[in-house]
Design a protein around this ligand. Structure first.
Ligand code: SF4
Ligand code: SF4
Length: 437
């Protein structure tokens, strides 16, 4: 059986937040595989922990992926400041075809366009993917999961960081489907009486008031903040309010654009132009939306660039959704030329953390050696890009550890969800609820 097929059966998806089914990438041809260990979200450290503690599995996954796609180069991108991770991967690389590339401590070094350019000097064509320039990019934990899949072990656990207003910032491995609340309580509890989550991080994560939200295969961690924190206040404002403020207060200063990493890399992303569309109704909509098409939703314009604390990233997200709905594709120029100020305008993570008012939450969050145990898990049937699983189980069924709980509809893109432990199915709706026996 091919590696891609084993990886498909094991339900491996992008573990850095992307959720794209990995078997599709492994069925392609490329000359370079990059392991993305850049991990730029302030306060999250799960990729560093994976590299430090599972370096051998990562290198093995890399070599398997390189063989599958026919690549001669394998590069692990890791920030130089993550010293434990760097030492571990450098040691594990010895005698292999994989090398380590040290990255600077700026945001967003892990953006695929940025990483591919930094590592290979190649610029992905506008609206393209790394494969267009002969590169496959996978998160470091994804590649460790590829090695497990080769041995027939499906994805049943996830490594995440619990950070922010928690008593013991930690990185933990948990069964997929365990609630964030249970994981936080098992490691020391909340350090605020009214917590709100930023699942996936402060910059690109999702705000959530549901403390029982389950850990999925794409979760990188959670930053807990008090409800009164500025970021939470801003993120909880409804889109209509965000738009109304933007409409009246944007003075077109362009700071959002001047700090945009995609703009600085040479792509036509200009959030200040997208902000202008808020002041129009239909006039200009098609045109202005194009300026958002290549935005990677890194959040830098909203949370760092804009001195008025407006929402250019959210305006871009809205514009991209409108474009998708209208079937509009990118029609701008194909030429890409990095901005001469790109290096000088990079945003260091320390400066970013200060701007976000989270410096007081900075903590090492070391990996706990043993995985946490859960008595009950909620496993969403869609935790990945593509179609949800069609359930293969019903309430009352008994399942074994590692058993598939659903299947991907025929000809659809997707990834199978597996049981993290032997248990009894309590219910099935958009998720499978499983209790340990
Ligand atoms: S930085 Fe803020 S005020 Fe300036 S153009 Fe962008 S959204 Fe408008
Ligand atoms: S979120 Fe803002 S800064 Fe980031 S790529 Fe999009 S427009 Fe640029």
């Amino acid at each position: 059986m091919s590696l891609a097929e084993k990886v498909r059966q094991a339900g491996v998806v992008g573990a850095g937040g992307g959720g794209f089914p990995t078997h599709v990438k492994l069925a392609a041809q490329a000359d370079t595989v990059i392991a993305n260990g850049a991990e730029c979200e302030p306060l999250l450290h799960k990729d560093a922990a994976v590299m430090e503690h599972h370096a051998k599995e990562l290198i093995r996954g890399m070599e398997l992926a390189m063989e599958a796609v026919g690549a001669k180069d394998g590069v692990i991108g890791v920030k130089a400041k993550k010293k434990g991770a760097v030492a571990a991967v450098q040691a594990a690389c010895e005698g292999s075809r994989v090398r380590v590339q040290l990255l600077g401590d700026y945001y967003p070094a892990g953006d695929e366009y940025d990483l591919v350019y930094t590592v290979t000097g190649r610029l992905i064509p506008p609206a393209g993917i790394p494969l267009n320039v002969g590169v496959v990019v996978c998160n470091v934990e994804t590649l460790a999961n590829v090695a497990a899949a080769q041995d027939g072990r499906p994805v049943t656990h996830k490594t995440i960081t619990l950070a922010g207003a928690v008593n013991t910032p930690s990185t933990v491995t948990v069964p997929v489907g365990m609630s964030f609340r249970e994981a936080i309580e098992a490691t020391g509890g909340f350090a605020t009486p009214d917590p709100v989550y930023m699942i996936g991080g402060l910059m690109m994560g999702q705000v959530s008031e549901d403390l029982d939200a389950p850990v999925t295969k794409t979760a990188t961690g959670v930053v807990v903040l008090p409800r009164s924190h500025r970021i939470i206040e801003r993120r909880l404002k409804p889109a209509t309010v965000q738009n109304a403020i933007g409409k009246s207060a944007c003075d077109q200063c362009r700071y959002c654009t001047e700090y945009c990493p995609r703009f600085l890399l040479g792509y036509q992303v200009e959030p200040h132009q997208v902000m202008r569309s808020l002041a129009f109704t239909e006039t200009g909509k098609d045109f202005w939306n194009q300026w958002a098409a290549l935005c990677c939703s890194c959040g830098l314009c909203t949370l760092y660039g804009c001195p008025e604390e407006l929402y250019p990233k959210e305006a871009c997200d809205q514009a991209k959704a409108e474009m998708r709905e209208a079937g509009q594709k990118w029609t701008g120029p194909q030429e890409v030329k990095p901005h001469p100020m790109r290096d000088g305008r990079r945003v260091p993570i320390k400066t970013l953390a200060r701007r976000l008012h989270v410096e007081d939450y900075e903590a090492p969050a070391p990996l706990r050696p043993e995985p946490l145990q859960a008595g009950r898990v909620t496993l969403p049937l869609k935790q990945h890009a593509g179609a949800p699983n069609e359930p293969l189980v019903k309430a009352g069924d008994r399942v074994e550890a590692g058993q598939p709980l659903g299947r991907v509809p025929e000809k659809a893109l997707g990834a199978v969800v597996h049981a993290p432990f032997a248990g009894r199915v309590l219910g099935v709706n958009h998720s499978v609820i499983l209790e340990r026996i």
